[in-house]
Design a protein around this ligand. Structure first.
Ligand SMILES: Nc1nc2c(ncn2[C@@H]2O[C@H](COP(=O)(O)OP(=O)(O)O)[C@@H](O)[C@H]2O)c(=O)[nH]1
Ligand SMILES: [Mg+2]
Length: 298
């Protein structure tokens, strides 16, 4: 069996999480059209007949503006250490600029083989892709392969997967074959709620929102009861999340509940509450709680 850890690296919004979902053929991590959707390191385990790839999804590497941002970047940079391969994702439309140089500095320091996926080729052209290939090979040392793909329409993903496996060595099966994520169910549930906030709200609201699962239990009638709190930093953001006569929170709840029901294969009752906690993104305890480490604190 070939196996190994593959960390995805890139700036926010290039399609790292979309690429993971596409390789798995279903949603394992959340995605949005806004940068900095992913806040944590998430291991996603893809087991095939003769391989096991542990993909490490990470927040994008960027210049942080608050403690949560610092934490996110620290996690993304740390996830580059001690892995077998770094999969750098570039955006074919945006090309490379200062943010990519910033990413490259961290990636090159890791001294690990690098594969580059040039993503979003569905909205780019052959000439731009060729240029980006050239630029990427100048920017990153240790490149073993550059593969143009589209995570969105599934183009060339079989080639990418083949190349990744080719570049891994013989190794143990690290996780049971039916395990997909290294995070508890509660984490995935809070992520799905956060995804809907990213989908339905704008500007600072999604970035200022953090979700904490307060309670989760199966009731006698077989329904999974989940109660969650969404934290925001200002009362104005709370008003937006609740919406006119509660319309926004209701929509977030309905969409999240459907995804959670699909995930757990059970009927779900989802209770959402919104609370203001000024500047929570600068408070360590709150950062850990909203990242799903609440139980680790006890
Ligand atoms: N056109 C196009 N859009 C994509 C592709 N892959 C991802 N996206 C979009 O890019 C945005 C950011 O994706 P996401 O996976 O959250 O990026 P991440 O921050 O790098 O994890 C979303 O709106 C995706 O739908 C692709 O191959 N083609
Ligand atoms: Mg992401």
């Amino acid at each position: 069996m070939k196996s190994g850890f593959v960390t995805l690296a890139g700036k926010p919004n290039v399609g790292k999480s979309t690429l993971i979902n596409a390789l798995f053929g279903r949603k394992v991590v959340i995605v949005s059209d806004k940068p900095q959707t992913t806040r944590n390191r998430i291991r996603c385990i893809l087991t095939g007949k003769d391989f096991q790839i542990v993909f490490v999804d990470t927040p994008g590497i960027h210049k942080p503006l608050h403690k949560l941002g610092e934490y996110m970047v620290k996690i993304a940079v740390k996830a580059l250490e001690g892995v077998d391969l770094i999969l750098v994702v570039l955006d074919a439309v945006r090309g490379v600029g200062k943010p990519e140089e910033y990413v490259a500095a961290f990636v090159n320091k890791a001294q690990t083989p690098v594969m580059v996926a040039i993503n979003k080729i569905d909205v780019s052209d052959a000439c731009a892709i060729e240029m980006l290939k050239k630029k990427a090979s100048e920017l990153f040392t240790n490149i073993v392969e550059i593969v143009p793909v589209s995570a969105l329409i599934g183009e060339n993903l079989d080639v990418l997967l083949e190349k990744i496996v080719e570049n891994l060595e013989e190794g143990p099966q690290y996780y049971p074959e039916d395990m997909v994520l290294d995070r508890p169910l509660e984490f995935m549930i809070s992520e799905l709620i956060r995804e809907k906030i990213f989908l339905l709200t704008h500007q600072e609201v999604p970035h200022s929102s953090g979700v904490v699962i307060e309670q989760m239990e199966e009731r006698d009638n077989g329904v999974l009861f989940i109660s969650a709190t969404i934290y925001v930093e200002r009362d104005s953001q709370k008003a937006i999340l609740i919406g006119k006569k509660g319309s926004m929170i209701k929509e977030i709840g309905t969409l999240a509940r459907k995804d959670i029901e699909y995930l757990v294969g059970n009927r779900v009752f989802l209770e959402l509450r919104v609370k203001t906690n000024p500047k929570w993104r600068n408070k360590d305890g709150m950062i850990l709680s909203t990242l799903g480490f609440k139980h680790d604190l006890k």
